[in-house]
Write a protein that binds this ligand. Sequence first.
Ligand code: ADP
Length: 149
Amino acid sequence: MRKAVFPGSFDPITLGHVDIINRAIPLFDEIVIAIGINADKKYMYSLEERIQFIKKTYARETKISVETYSGLTVDYCKKIKATFILRGLRNPADFEFEKAIAITNRKLSGIETVFLLTSAETSFISSSIVRDIIRNNGDASLLVPKGIL
Ligand code: ADP
């Protein structure tokens, strides 16, 4: 049973996340989209809103569930018996950042991080760009799953 955790803030979920998740579905038996709770971080959308956006996007996908967690991602993985962490890579900056975290996580727990490269059409998308557009009353609907906002 291959169970993966896809951790992130998902503030909000974008078509970049969706691209990674959709391409990971055939690779795993179960994918838990895990929204990390960080008390020091300011979010645009509440936890409940972020959960609902993801639930709406994956209402019909039985392999996908949405959960929240606090603390170390590897501790959460152990708790729910997930043996993989899923992450997306957009560019070299993502790689450098993710590399240190993935190696640390493997040392701490033996959990493997699986990286998928974003597709060309969604590599430019980030939640922060989406938030900027929304804050300035622009139309972000081309960058997020249909009907969530
Ligand atoms: P975090 O705060 O942990 O970076 P995010 O919600 O921003 O959380 O991202 C979660 C994961 O989704 C990360 O692995 C990130 O690299 C990946 N991701 C975000 N946007 C894209 C995209 N456009 N293409 C591929 N991966 C992406």
